[in-house]
Write a protein that binds this ligand. Sequence first.
Ligand code: ASP
Length: 338
Amino acid sequence: MPRVLMLYTGGTIGMQPSPHGYVPSAGLAERLAAHLALGDPYRLPAFDVVEMQPLIDSAELMPEAWNRLVAVLERHWQHYDAFIILHGTDTMAYSAAALSFMLGALNKPVIFTGSQIPLGEPRSDALNNVVSALQLAAHPATPCEVSLLFHDRLLRGNRARKVRTQGLDAFDSPNFPWLAEIGIGMIFPQPSALLSGEPSFSPLQLDDEAVAGLTLHPGMSLRRAKALLEDATLKGLVISSYGVGNPPNFEGELLNAMQAANERGVALLNITQCAQGEVVQGAYATGAALNPAGVIAGGDITLEAAVAKLTVLLGQGLSGPALRKALSAPMRGEATAR
Ligand code: ASP
């Protein structure tokens, strides 16, 4: 039986009630063992639990936490066959995407999971998600990539999104098929097309100030958008535009500000604010104008993967044409190659 390491970072799965609402709580390993009542009936693989310090509500997550996760994986990589990361649902898709880019090619599965209801509460989804993640960790067809297991679906980590605040089926990957579906059995529709290999564990120079998001909307202030584009600390901007990638024109002023930012070396990545689909920068004149301004079309990348990819590439020290090139093509299956 393979050996599995579980990293517990915090999140609802291990939270307990407090007078102010759920808070992260230590000692998950013992509580899990009591709930699983030993794995024999499920034939679960043996696992150890490492608790990260401090345990956090994932809404508090900052990019530096990704370096700490990678460091723990590096320390234990040779001693385990698969890794499960128990993470809060709020930013799980960001962390899964970031780790997919940081680690690169993998020769073992890394599976993120969590729950909507804490372990031990009535109707909790924690045990089902943990048991499914453990079974997937031991399954030979589980892809050696960073994935996200939630409510009986295994998703590519950098394609996943939290799509429901209340439903137990909280995650989906709107632009990419599920990697596996779990019912009575486990169905893997197709083998992973990602190349496997030895991961990279290099820590990154992560800068919390470097990346920002700009969501376009009717009534958006040109003045505020320009202030963001002119911010001296900005190194990468994810622009959530309309439909297939269209911005408003503001008589050319927004484009001029984007072009000036691009010339200063700021990477501008255009994604759609639609729940499903891709950017086609050129289908409409409004979107086509972004091409000469140096805005990179993000295809069908999600917001979470776009933010994580920009943050990781900047943290790897990329800039200028090398950064633009890396942003223009898929790195780890996060966008559909055109
Ligand atoms: N706020 C929690 C977190 O992300 C929500 C959850 O885990 O479901 O840590």
